[in-house]
Ligand binder design. Structure first.
Ligand SMILES: Cc1cc2nc3c(=O)[nH]c(=O)nc-3n(C[C@H](O)[C@H](O)[C@H](O)COP(=O)(O)OP(=O)(O)OC[C@H]3O[C@@H](n4cnc5c(N)ncnc54)[C@H](O)[C@@H]3O)c2cc1C
Length: 487
């Protein structure tokens, strides 16, 4: 059992229907599942994470490699590493909505700790959006290890020293200074290059990493690989001294001729860019939820403190400020939920396609047999996955999801920065530990405007995808045509 730093009281959480009024009109069983996920995350966050948040922040300021592994293990006890793993692979089968409500709760307590679990989810996303290939390999192993109390963490590495914004958009990538390279060799690929600012980079056992095979055609040859962090040639370079979210280290990852076998290519070679855009569509609502959690954490703390200060809370000016914060947080939350609902609705038909349903019905033990696994990871099976995706999802639907996710992310990040700033102004200098917590949340908030694409880039995506109704995403072409189909 996890004991250290347990707080005696858990502040109440608002009911799901109160936080998200639209749930009054939804199927009660879905609402119940989501409500349970949210309450479990709330209890874990308030009992275990919040009491340690300031201490971890200070330790990580002194040593950016510091990680509270006990807390990560406690997260295992609460199923935080397998939340998004399909139930057919031994996980909990959560989609983007489940990830988001969990992250809001974790980040209301400590955004850095929340981001360890968020970055793990980001690392898994390329494996999740590219079909069943990796379910019975790594994803199954993560779920089993979690049940044994052994955290197996992931990270996702896209950013390079001279290419951050440029690797998050197709047109920019063609002009970007990408220096990493993947070279095809017998039985697999050799990876060379450096990735920078990778959350969980120094903790992860496995990294999903994207590199081009042809520097002159990066967008067309961008490929995602699953790399074992214990591989020869892989090393962790500088770990950043961070301003906020310090509990989650951001590291430089160095690939020096790292060999990756063919079966660990994620999706098909060259399909990395459309997959990255699908990943961003699913991960930006999660960043919006992190930002909403930060704002809510600040609001909860300042409200709790002001309730002990009758002269202050009696002032209309203070009440107006609190109402403003409530308003901003509510709208940020509706934004991430809209985006998460849209993404889940966009990808669900692919998850429920008869071919995928048939795969789910085959017992995992059978799917893990070497012969069956060889078939599942074969080029033919990967081709079928792409065909299913094209059969069920349109380029426009993915663009719309990406744009809504970008809208939610940029808005919520600005809300996090403004609400934490306002909270600090309200408590002034006399609020002791609450002030220290608010200062930390204010530092934590800034990063949400930067990662998963800066707010500027996200807003340009909103302009192109929603205002101009452009179709910015081109899903990978399929040589295989399934009967029917939407495009
Ligand atoms: C702590 C931390 C954790 C991170 N975690 C990860 C991770 O886990 N995995 C990962 O792959 N990456 C990660 N990142 C990288 C992050 O996604 C990038 O920092 C981000 O995409 C911005 O890239 P950049 O830092 O190179 O800034 P730049 O791209 O150099 O941008 C600098 C400024 O110019 C603006 N700008 C750039 N291009 C344009 C344009 N075309 N139009 C308008 N404005 C533009 C930007 O908005 C920004 O204000 C992390 C970053 C940080 C700081």
């Amino acid at each position: 059992m996890f004991e250290r730093g347990v707080s005696a009281t858990v502040p109440p959480v608002r009911s799901l229907e109160e936080a998200f009024p639209r749930f009054r009109a939804r199927d009660p069983s879905t609402v119940r599942v989501l409500g349970d996920v949210r309450e479990r995350a709330h209890a874990f966050a308030q009992q275990h994470v919040r009491p340690l948040a300031l201490d971890i922040d200070q330790r990580a300021a002194a040593d950016p490699r510091y990680v509270d592994w006990d807390l990560v293990k406690a997260g295992c006890e609460h199923g935080l590493l397998s939340l998004a793993i399909p139930s057919a692979a031994g996980g909990q089968g959560g989609l983007v909505q489940e990830m988001c409500v969990t992250l809001e709760e974790l980040c209301a307590a400590c955004p850095g700790v929340g981001n360890i679990f968020g970055a793990h989810g980001l690392g898994m996303l390329p494996l999740l959006v590219t079909g069943v290939t990796h379910w019975d390999g790594l994803l199954h192993d993560i779920a089993v290890a979690e049940r044994q109390g052994r955290p197996v963490l992931m990270a996702c590495a896209v950013t390079e020293p001279d290419a951050g914004t440029d690797v998050e958009e197709v047109d920019l990538m063609r002009r970007g200074k990408i220096t990493s390279r993947a070279v095809l060799v017998a039985g697999g690929w050799r990876l060379n290059g450096t990735k920078r600012f990778i959350s969980n980079g120094s903790l992860a056992d496995w990294v999903t990493v994207c590199m081009p095979s042809d520097p002159k055609r990066p967008a067309e040859t961008w490929t995602c690989f699953l790399v074992d962090a214990h591989s020869e040639g892989f090393s962790v370079g500088r770990v950043e001294h961070k301003m906020g979210q310090r509990a989650c280290p951001a590291a430089e990852l160095i690939f020096d001729d790292v060999f990756v076998p063919d079966e660990r290519v994620v999706g098909r070679p060259g399909d990395g860019m459309p997959s990255t855009l699908l990943v961003l569509a699913a991960s930006r609502p999660a960043v919006a939820a992190i930002a909403t959690g930060i704002a809510r954490g600040a609001y909860d703390r300042v409200l709790g403190w002001l309730e002990q200060e009758p002269t202050l809370i009696g002032r209309q000016q203070v009440q107006l400020a609190l109402a403003r914060m409530e308003e901003e947080i509510h709208l940020a939350r509706q934004g991430y939920l809209d985006a998460a609902t849209e993404v889940d609705a966009t990808i669900s038909p692919a998850l429920h396609h008869p071919l995928v349903r048939a795969m789910r019905m085959v017992p995992s033990s059978t799917r893990r047999r070497p012969l069956v696994r060889r078939w599942i990871t074969s080029p033919w099976a990967r081709q079928t996955t792409v065909a299913v995706l094209r059969h069920t999802v349109t380029d426009r639907a993915v663009t719309r999801s990406l744009a809504l996710s970008s809208l939610a992310k940029a808005h919520a990040a600005d809300v996090a920065v403004s609400v934490t700033g306002l909270a600090l102004e309200l408590v002034g200098l006399d609020a002791g530990e609450i002030r220290a917590e608010l200062e930390k949340l204010w530092r934590d908030a800034k990063l949400t405007q930067i990662y998963e694409g800066t707010n500027q880039l996200n807003r340009l995506t909103v302009y192109r995808g929603l205002s101009r109704q452009e179709t910015m995403v081109a899903l990978p072409p399929s040589r295989l045509r399934l009967v029917g189909g939407r495009q």
